[in-house]
Design a protein around this ligand. Sequence first.
Ligand code: FAD
Length: 307
Amino acid sequence: MLRTPLLLAARSTGCRTLVERMPLTKGLVDRFVAGSTLEEALPAVRELTEDRYVTLDYLGEDVTDEAQAAATVTAYTRLLGELGHAGLAGRAEVSVKLSAVGQFLPADGEKIALDNARRICEAAAAVGTTVTLDMEDHTTVDSTLGILRELRVDFPWVGAVLQAYLRRTEADCRDLAHAGSRVRLCKGAYDEPASVAYRDKAEVDRSYVRCAKILMNGEGYPMIASHDPRMIAIAGRLAEDAGRSPEDYEHQMLYGIRDAEQVRLAAEGRRMRVYVPYGDEWYGYFMRRLAERPANLVFFLRALAPK
Ligand code: FAD
């Protein structure tokens, strides 16, 4: 019931100003965000990579001018240089939102985003790691998959995210289940209309299983991004049935969520990657995390209540 209003608030500048000004917000945001600078985030990355893998996200989305998009590219190239320098590139890659590198700029947005993403891929190649393109709302899917295709010509290791709540995703999984392809399968974090998305949790879960089956039985590298114990167990069984060893796929979870389960899966010998966001532009990301779990919202409101 609260999911839709929270996701609408995630895109409202008025709500953003209000939430950012709340005195206790910072402590709550810190649960999900590893720091506001790279220097603050790196110790967390170093610790996580002792038993897990990491994908780093420099927070930001929906940039409105080319200068902001260029600043995002600079942040990623610096991040990748640091990963190389710190000897972490073997265990840490980056995740990029194309809207943060210009995808929706009015003139030539797609071309600007493609050129910018290419520069990030070059920096990743230079240190020997990979890039995964995050997926945003359903209006971006065709454009993002188009840019993925272009990038893969020179950087065949670029990965993409598919969202099981979208009705089209089974077909997209079939298209992307080829050798060399890296696909992160998640349920989906945006508020989508019933015309394009399943809105019932059970339907989303059933779609997730159908999509995971296609990816596991395909020739690519599936990345199972879910905290849901049922999805994790089913994915493990599907991998076994498909004859995949633990190196042939991975699990992914978000920083600050189900940490003990992350540690447990890694200790079992599964490949476990943690999505680690950092930066000042945490508002949209944070609101999507609140929308996923009402208990987080209660926690948030309790912390704000006068004592
Ligand atoms: P759910 O059914 O939502 O949750 C299952 C259980 O997980 C819950 O009962 C709870 O115990 C725990 N849990 C889930 N969410 C939270 C939370 N916020 N706080 C605390 N506990 C929680 N979505 C996109 O649309 N595009 C992307 O590019 C994208 N990238 C992602 C990358 C990674 C690595 C992950 C893990 C998720 C990503 N998502 C992305 C978000 C995803 O779509 C879901 O919104 C999110 O993962 C919640 O779905 P779930 O599969 O964990 O299952």
